[in-house]
Design a protein around this ligand. Sequence first.
Ligand SMILES: [Zn+2]
Length: 278
Amino acid sequence: MSGRAFLAAAALALSGCSYTGKAIDAHAHLESGSAPGRIQPKVSGRPDVLLQEMNRSGVDQAVLLVVPPGADLAAARELHDQVAALLRANPGRFIAIGAVQPSDGEPGLRELERIASLGYRGVKLSPSKLELQTPEVQAFVARATALKLVIYIEGWWPGAAHETGKLALAFPNGRFVLTHMGGIRFDDVLVFRLLELYPFYPRNVWFDLSAVAPLYVDSPYAAQLRFVCRSVGTDRVLFGSDFPLTGLDAALSAVRRLGFTRQEEQAILHDNAEALFR
Ligand SMILES: [Zn+2]
């Protein structure tokens, strides 16, 4: 084999390799009591179990999305304090996302300020129905954006991609994560491919692969999911586990088996989340 042919073969072999460096999980939860009717987790959602899994799987940091048992600001406040204590006890391991809803009104906006001062980096927007173009939601997004909080939006709702697109255009300084890449409607996010044709689209929406990657990796839709990721830009796609609903190893394996290049994997598993939360 000539030197040049050898180098080409080596480059090809390398591009086929998986990224094996540190990962950042952009979508995880801790268990917060087992309310009746809730999905039962695969593993225990205790913080020590998550840390063990992170250490074993090479996940350096995990984004913790607080999920209160109901639309109850007092319960959310209590959980916010518990997670803040966990952050202090494990410096550099967790990134916290609070749970405040636009329907919480002015007390909710004050809670946004409080969690920002506690070191929270974002808030998850999951009202009981998908109505994102209301004065309450606009006030909420304006305040969260002023506080530089990343806004996670529940992706399972029908229409979530379009509604998130409208918010992203209305708040060009806001940063949004559409969870589960829209879930079973993952091809809805191709609307962002169209938005990129407009020079004023700020590319301020990211997509996490929690739930959706394990759901489709072993199906004929895997190639479509990979195509959609590349269409919106693999610099906007984040690894997420939805722990404890999926273990970290299973979630990592699903993303690694979607057939991305090593460079794309590094972006999805680590670099994109690092840049978003830097
Ligand atoms: Zn989740």
